[in-house]
Ligand binder design. Structure first.
Ligand code: ADP
Ligand code: GLC
Length: 481
């Protein structure tokens, strides 16, 4: 089975969120089941810098509407074969993959990700310059979701899957973009790539894909409703027979408290007392009072409305009055960043925020915090709540999407079944979150209950095996058609 896995970010080369983790771990898990998988990624400056010099294996001189590009062959650090789309004019610049250094979207994003989609489609069709032809093309999020539209009009096209990692980001561009990137005029309509008068990459993918997946079973249901469908609920409900929710796994080697090089002291379920050295180190590093008994809440997140960060900032004073400490790591919304830093000045020693992206610190927070906070308004899957359970740091989560599917609320029944692994709350507001946090603090002070919660979480299987098999089954079904 040959699979082309198309993505706009992959860890550790380029990462803004969970998509990068998934794009590294899922292809590796598929490879381990015998799938011949190649990852296709844009050649951003940071990607080319991180890899040894790469050989060109194909050139694309006359793709209608696009500058000249080449395909370079390499490999991800995990050994999965990688193809990099080399197009200096579109990708070789500072800033991030989607935005410049001021957080403003690149003005030519339609072209930048149109090219990624177009090349994916060429490689998946009779026009491919390569001998290696995929049996299935797997696209991820809006950045590669135009590929199914191109494939629809191509010769001898491979079937394709689109995975929705976050429906909130759709890749919407002025209508002229469609024709200028070589899409036939006939597809610019509601039964096609058009969405409220614009070109929508994600809509195109959802319309033309042979199969749609999203990253948790609960989110697969939620996106068919007006509340979380971002205008696409009708199309998704219409296509529900080919819509599957598959919970993400995590990279259990990278996120393993027994071997993690980024934490102060490694530990596992049999040596949980060693976890406390990480709390000590985290308190020291973040300037918190070195008190081992006060519960320490941790959060690692993009600072956005989606993640409920506004609510966390709102309840911070009540949270530390429980008493508790709070450590925040993240970046995003400028106002939220400011408030987080203000809180850490005002409540110095009890609240501490680091604004920025710091992979090492995120590991130390997972290990050193007692309780993890993840009150997302919506969450397609979420990875941190799984990392935190694996690190013996029970999470407090809002009952939404992948959080429902990966955390078992602590109550008498779930404790008795040996399944309780965190705290799940329904009411997405300050009182809802604070009440759940209070429940967590009460449990924290009950040694027996806390140990049970930690061990239940640490014992859960969050690996990729089951999910990789579920993707494989979908590919296999598409190949039969
Ligand atoms: P999303 O992709 O919506 O941001 P996920 O929970 O799926 O949410 O994945 C987020 C990933 O990004 C996790 O691996 C998390 O640890 C990481 N992350 C987010 N913000 C930061 C940060 N400021 N520093 C380090 N890692 C971060
Ligand atoms: C998105 C979602 C997140 C998910 C990640 C990987 O960024 O917001 O919930 O875990 O993609 O699928």
């Amino acid at each position: 089975m040959r699979l082309l896995f198309v993505t706009s970010e992959v860890a550790p080369l380029v990462k803004t969120g969970g998509l990068a983790d998934v794009s590294a771990a899922l292809p590796a898990a598929l490879r381990d089941t015998g799938v011949d998988v190649h990852v296709l990624l844009p050649g951003y400056a940071q990607v080319l810098k991180a890899l040894p010099p790469l050989q060109a294996v194909a050139g694309f001189a006359d793709l209608p509407g696009f500058p000249e590009a080449r395909l370079l062959a390499g490999a991800l650090p995990n050994g999965v074969p990688l193809w990099v789309v080399d197009c200096p004019e579109l990708y070789l610049r500072g800033g991030g993959p989607y935005q410049d250094e001021h957080g403003v979207d690149w003005i030519d994003n339609a072209l930048r990700f149109g090219l990624l989609s177009k090349i994916a489609a060429v490689l998946g069709s009779a026009d491919s310059p390569l001998d290696w032809k995929p049996d299935v093309v797997h696209c991820n999020d809006w950045q590669s979701a135009l590929a199914p539209a191109y494939l629809h009009f191509a010769n001898d096209a491979a079937p394709c899957v689109v995975t929705v990692h976050n429906l909130a980001f759709q890749g919407t561009f002025p209508p002229q973009a469609a024709a200028s990137m070589g899409l036939p005029a006939e597809c610019f309509q509601p039964e096609g790539v058009e969405f409220y008068g614009n070109l929508s990459f994600l809509k195109a993918g959802l319309y033309y894909a042979d199969h749609i997946t999203t990253v948790s079973p609960s989110y697969a249901e939620e996106i068919q409703t007006a509340a979380l469908g971002f205008g696409l609920q009708g199309l998704l409900a219409h296509r529900r027979n080919v819509l599957t929710g598959i919970l993400n796994g995590i990279d259990t080697e990278e996120w393993n408290p027994a071997t993690d090089p980024d934490i102060a002291q490694t530990y596992d379920a049999g040596r949980l007392q060693a976890k406390s050295a990480n709390k000590r180190e985290l308190q020291k590093r973040m300037g918190l009072h070195p008190d081992p008994r006060v519960p320490l809440f941790g959060l690692v997140s993009r600072f956005t409305h989606q993640k409920g960060l506004d609510i966390v900032l709102e309840i911070a004073p009540q949270l530390i009055a429980l008493p508790a400490q709070l450590v925040l790591l993240g970046s995003g919304d400028a106002e939220m960043q400011r408030t987080a830093l203000e809180l850490s000045h005002r409540y110095s020693g009890q609240v501490s925020a680091y604004v920025g992206f710091d992979e090492g610190l995120s590991h130390l927070i997972e290990a050193g915090a007692d309780i993890f906070l993840m009150p997302s308004r919506f969450e397609p899957c979420g990875l941190n709540q799984m990392y935190s359970q694996r690190y013996g740091t029970p999470p407090v989560v809002h009952a939404t999407g992948g959080l429902i599917d990966s955390v078992v609320d602590c109550n008498a029944a779930s404790l008795k079944r040996g399944e309780a692994s965190g705290f799940v709350f329904d009411s997405m507001d300050a009182i809802g979150l604070l009440t759940a946090a209070q429940r967590a603090v009460a449990a924290f002070h009950d040694e027996k209950v806390w140990r049970a919660l930690q061990l239940n979480g640490m014992g859960r299987d969050f690996g990729w095996d089951k999910s990789a098999t579920a993707y494989r089954d979908i590919y296999a079904r598409l190949m039969l058609r």
